[in-house]
Ligand binder design. Structure first.
Ligand code: BT5
Length: 318
């Protein structure tokens, strides 16, 4: 009901709408309207109430990642139709994994802050309050487990497209980093629960720095945010754009197995293709030339002795 009320107020474009009108539209009492408005105010919506005039949104809501804000004008079929929003949480990926079996395909878990944000291989992901997008998407594709690594590729291409649509031109550093002006803007953590022949669920975790002005010392030289690079974008708009792009590409993959198109997009953004790069495995660094990214999303590299090798996982540095 609160979602419906906030939609009516948002749709009313900051003009007053009477409590009576809202109660008529929703078939609830005026005192119920008043109670919902009170709790929306407590949540951070700046709603003005004036006797005899009604309610109006005084200013654009703080760029809160609440489910109402994201769901408003979200043009997806199933991604983000159910959203769990937290002020703070340990990790959205951890929470998403806990609820994945019971929740519907496309459920989003998003938090203003993470206290134990995770990267790959137990690394830490810095996730300060209100500074970024820390979200996880639960997917339940009917595919064989060996096809799931491609979802990281789909996510990378979709995030790059989404940012591009919003006027930010980013690159992708294989396999899972979105790069802006040479620094890491966003990381992806894909986690899988599967049996031999069946995927139970996938949790696609996305961490993007948006408003951060400072980073911890350890990552100060390698991390950046949209704000630091001069982009003032709403986190809610970015989330919506990512969900739309991701749904489009995901459905292409699930329904039509259309990997060529996605790989073409991914390659277009790649910052490693055609470059001399280091492939890092444990403590080993090998200088190679990246000659291609194949249809499975793996790197094809040329070693110094001329041999061609496929790299399926790991880390690279440019
Ligand atoms: C990643 O790991 O890049 C995946 C990050 C996924 C984070 C999201 S947030 C929502 C969801 N819930 C979670 O708990 N996680 C996901 P990896 O490639 O392993 O990179 C981790 C490395 O990036 C760290 O070791 C740091 O060097 C660096 N790093 C940490 N925080 C960063 C930040 N905010 N921005 C840029 N780099 C960061």
């Amino acid at each position: 009901m609160r979602k419906k009320i906030i939609n009516i107020i948002l749709d009313n474009n900051r003009e007053f709408i009477s409590g009576e009108e809202i109660s008529k539209q929703l078939g609830i009492s005026r005192s119920a309207v008043w109670k919902h408005i009170k709790s929306l105010k407590e949540e951070g919506y700046n709603i003005e109430s004036i006797n005899k005039k009604g309610y109006r949104l005084k200013e654009k809501p703080k760029d809160l990642l609440s489910s109402q804000n994201i769901a408003h004008e979200l043009n997806t079929k199933f991604l983000g139709k159910s959203i769990f929003h937290f002020e703070t949480i340990d990790s959205t990926n951890t929470y998403a994994k806990k609820i994945a079996s019971e929740e519907v395909d496309g459920t989003v878990v998003i938090s203003e802050e993470q206290t134990l944000g995770r990267g790959r291989l137990g690394r830490i992901w810095d996730s300060k309050a209100y500074e970024g997008i820390w979200m996880s998407i639960i997917l339940k594709p009917n595919i064989l487990p060996y096809r799931t690594p491609f979802l990281t590729i789909i996510a990378g291409a979709s995030i790059a497209n989404a940012l591009n649509n919003l006027g930010v031109s980013v690159g992708i550093k294989w396999p899972n980093d979105i790069i802006l002006n040479g620094k890491k803007l966003c990381g992806i953590l894909t986690e899988l629960s599967a049996e031999i022949e069946r995927v139970n669920y996938i949790v696609l975790g996305i961490g993007m720095n948006v408003k951060n002005l400072n980073f911890p010392n350890e990552i100060e030289n390698i991390a950046t945010s949209l704000c630091k690079e001069g982009y003032d974008l709403s986190r809610v708009d970015i989330v919506r754009e990512i969900l739309c792009e991701l749904e489009k590409n995901y459905l292409e993959f699930i329904k039509n197995e259309n990997r060529e198109k996605i790989i073409d997009t991914y390659k277009k953004y790649s910052v490693v293709l055609g470059k001399n790069i280091f492939v890092i495995k444990n403590d080993d660094r090998e200088l190679v030339e990246c000659v291609d990214i194949n249809i499975d999303g793996n790197l094809i590299v040329k070693k110094s002795n001329g041999a061609i090798k496929e790299v399926m996982s790991g880390e690279v540095s440019v």
